[in-house]
Design a protein around this ligand. Sequence first.
Ligand SMILES: Cc1cc2nc3c(=O)[nH]c(=O)nc-3n(C[C@H](O)[C@H](O)[C@H](O)COP(=O)(O)O)c2cc1C
Length: 143
Amino acid sequence: MALIQLIYTSTLVNVGPTVMADILQSARRINKLRNITGMLLCANGGILQVLEGEDVDVSKTYRSIELDTRHKDLFLLSKAQVTERQFAAWDMGFRRMTETEFNNSPIAVEVFNADRTEIANRVKPGAALTMLVLFGQGVDVVD
Ligand SMILES: Cc1cc2nc3c(=O)[nH]c(=O)nc-3n(C[C@H](O)[C@H](O)[C@H](O)COP(=O)(O)O)c2cc1C
């Protein structure tokens, strides 16, 4: 059984007031059942999410996420086997970056502003993971 960590970025399509809460509610319910953990970071209309779990569960979940019309332009930054979870505390942690945090974070500007055709060259998966770890510390907010 392989423990997998998958990181992707996308752009939110429907930014209605309850969209994020709706997404998180169903994500957390399903993730708990599948023993998936992770963190979702939202900034400037973009999403950066990490999913951790057994390969079969992460793959199944990512396929559903790919088909979800509430976001678009998904880009898979990395999918790698890991020895332990880095986000074990959350079925899905969530954090919305403030404008100040966003503007002061060069990595965030890269990830959330990157031209989709350039994203593979510009965004280093390691940097994206660092940002998820940094902003994930001590956070469990619905919205
Ligand atoms: C940005 C975003 C993040 C999501 N994260 C998860 C997640 O971590 N786990 C999950 O099960 N569904 C997540 N979803 C919801 C899935 O896309 C999907 O609605 C849900 O898994 C139900 O899938 P199903 O209709 O194929 O059963 C996310 C959706 C979006 C738009």
